[in-house]
Design a protein around this ligand. Structure first.
Ligand code: SF4
Length: 210
């Protein structure tokens, strides 16, 4: 049974905060690029990647918190990407980090405006980087015995990720001025430079033009 209120441990809070950020990312991003993935002849979802959502202890706690028990009994022998449904991936939270972090050229080429390009570039690596707790420990390498010792540091990283995500959302807000969006983009580039990998930087430069 899930603990609530004052009974929650630091680790419980980290799991909830991680799930909240991932759910928000899912709300903002999922479905935005369906037109690209729908015509792709090399779909990148695979059963062995779905399996990471069950095999990684921390991700399993996140997906359980949000979805309950979602995985099929025979998941270990499944060849299909068993988290995939006709409406896209079943997992709004607790996805393997690579699922959001991996982007292909067709995906970045289909970004719309400059601000969408900056936003999607930033957000695709947000959890990948926030989940890297130290150089050698990430949420995907935590097990039940190790996790409590890293919960506090993970919460700090998630708090920074939350602030950056709130800032990035201004790029999608039609009420923000162009000047403010330039400021937001510059701040993101300074605060989270590692989110902008070479493919993303190319996509952004394409939209800025000469
Ligand atoms: S996005 Fe979902 S269906 Fe695709 S590999 Fe990841 S977990 Fe599996």
């Amino acid at each position: 049974m899930e603990r609530t209120g004052t009974d929650q441990t630091e680790l419980d809070r980290a799991i909830i905060e991680y799930a909240d950020i991932e759910m928000e990312v899912a709300r903002l991003v999922d479905g935005r690029m369906n037109h690209v993935c729908a015509t792709c002849r090399k779909p990148c979802c695979r059963a062995d990647v779905c399996a990471q959502a069950i095999e990684c202890w921390f991700l399993l706690q996140v997906s359980r918190h949000v979805h309950g028990q979602w995985w099929p009994k025979d998941w270990q022998s499944r060849k299909d990407p068993f988290a995939m449904t006709e409406n896209g991936c079943l997992l709004k939270a607790g996805r393997p980090l690579i699922c959001r972090s991996f982007v292909c050229d067709a995906y970045t080429e289909a970004y719309g405006s400059l601000w969408e390009a900056v936003f999607l570039s930033f957000v695709s690596d947000l959890l990948f980087l926030a989940g890297q707790i130290t150089r050698s420990v990430s949420v995907e390498s935590l097990d039940e015995s190790k996790a409590p010792a890293y919960a506090s540091r993970l919460r700090q990283r998630l708090a920074e990720a939350r602030q950056q995500l709130d800032l990035a959302k201004r790029l999608l807000d039609p009420a923000e001025t162009e000047l403010d969006k330039h400021r937001v983009a510059l701040k993101l580039l300074c605060l989270a430079p590692r989110c902008f990998r070479a493919t993303m930087r190319r996509a952004i430069l394409d939209r800025i033009g000469d």
